[in-house]
Design a protein around this ligand. Structure first.
Ligand SMILES: *Cc1c(COP(=O)(O)O)cnc(C)c1O
Length: 396
């Protein structure tokens, strides 16, 4: 049910469902407990949903928050102070710079050592008698961040020397091919490498203080239970999306019962102009579309500037009055034109479009919009403009 009350805005807006988010967290708790804890990934402006809005909903509800940028972690500490919230556990999984490291130590933000030049932190930490808690990222096959196995012995011997300034508390890795396949051979090879490498680290650091281990993102959490270790790092599925169709199929085999993930985000827009145009009229830049019949079109103030993919031109639909209506002509920077001939009611001077979300019996998922734009839902949601107003609702 779409609520009539819309924010005061000339632009499209995003609605977030607090209850859907809560349900997704519960689904993951159900799957993983009691062996693993739940960490959530709030990078990319909380996957485009809005860091501030999502943070308010998950703070205290999960075990750990993962971010790419240290500046987002600093912002969270400020938010906690202003709202008198307890300090949440935060791990920066991206690369931290020298100018950020002391602040991380001071604010109790954990960092990841993902590149071999972590030694650059030592002089500053020593000079300030500061100590930061760190996780060592092991490259088990993605070839992105992480220490490679051949370099591991030397890295950890060195790291051990600097333990007064950089205290190692965890080891982690990241899968490269769990989403795109239904057979997990590559993931199993990565798991084996992780086992080998993490025991090597543990041995050198001493068996008496066990290091925390974490590896799984959404897909692996759902389809590879042995990869969950101490904690999982759930991103896309926290927001109610499946990492891929393959992951959904595999999870059915592995978990028997497919978790019910509820989309958190809807994207809506009120029309600016409605007009009738006669058969044969061209619509939009490049005259790529010409009306075959007398038509009624609606112009919406939303375009690729806001994150609506231009590649979806000629394929995308939006929902108006619970029905799919085609986006016609090219997607423009700040405008979309939609053929509303079949749904417009007599005397109606404006209509509401659902670009992503549910209206009546129909829905448009980020996955569907992504398929029209030849991309993945991750890209669709993370590109939603940070300028768009986000409204949190309890249930949609
Ligand atoms: C993005 C990311 C995740 C979360 O991935 P999803 O597929 O969105 O769950 C987990 N770990 C790392 C290191 C990441 O970069």
């Amino acid at each position: 049910m779409i609520q009539n009350q819309v924010p005061f805005t000339q632009e499209s807006w995003i609605e977030l469902s607090a209850s859907a988010l809560k349900q997704n967290i519960l689904e993951f708790k159900k799957i993983t407990s009691p062996s693993s804890q739940i960490g959530v990934v709030l990078k990319g402006n909380a996957y485009g949903h809005g860091l501030k809005e999502i943070l308010s909903l998950v703070h205290g509800q999960v075990d750990c928050i993962y971010l790419i940028a240290a500046r987002d972690a600093f912002w969270i500490r400020k938010f906690e102070k202003e709202n008198q919230l307890p300090l949440h556990r935060i791990l920066v999984i991206g690369v931290t710079s020298e100018s950020e490291i002391l602040e991380c130590a001071r604010l109790g933000i954990e960092i990841t050592l993902g590149v071999t030049d972590w030694r650059r932190f030592v002089p500053q930490m020593r000079a300030n008698q500061s100590r930061v808690q760190a996780h060592l990222h092991l490259d088990t096959g993605l070839s992105r961040e992480g220490i490679r196995e051949v370099d591991l012995e030397k890295e950890i011997q060195d790291l051990k020397k600097y333990t007064d300034w950089i205290k190692l508390i965890g080891v982690m890795s990241h899968f490269s091919n769990t989403e795109d396949v239904t057979e997990q051979e590559y993931a199993h090879a990565q798991l084996e490498a992780f086992e080998r490498m993490s025991s090597q680290v543990q041995k050198i650091f001493g068996e008496s203080s066990p290091l925390e281990k974490h590896f799984a993102a959404s897909a692996a959490t759902l389809v590879l239970p042995q990869s969950r270790y101490d904690r999982v790092r759930v991103g896309i599925s926290l927001y109610g999306m499946w990492p891929s169709t393959e992951a959904r199929i595999s999870s059915k085999l592995v978990l028997k019962e497919v978790p019910e993930l509820k989309p958190v985000l809807s994207w809506r827009c009120q029309s600016q102009i409605i007009k009738a145009i006669p058969q044969g009229t061209y619509v939009g830049y490049g005259c790529t579309y010409r009306c075959e019949h007398d038509s009624v079109i609606a112009v919406f103030p939303v375009g690729y500037f806001d994150g609506y993919p231009r590649l979806a031109s000629g394929k995308a639909h939006v929902l108006v009055h619970g029905r799919r209506c085609p986006v016609i002509g090219r997607v423009m920077m700040n405008h979309l034109i939609v053929d509303v001939t079949s749904v417009i009611r007599p005397g109606e001077s404006e209509v509401l479009a659902t670009l992503i979300g549910v209206d009546g019996e129909e829905k448009i998922t980020p996955e569907l919009l992504a398929s029209w734009a030849q991309t993945i839902p991750y890209e669709i949601v993370t590109r939603l403009g940070a300028h768009l107003q986000r409204v949190v609702r309890n249930s949609i």
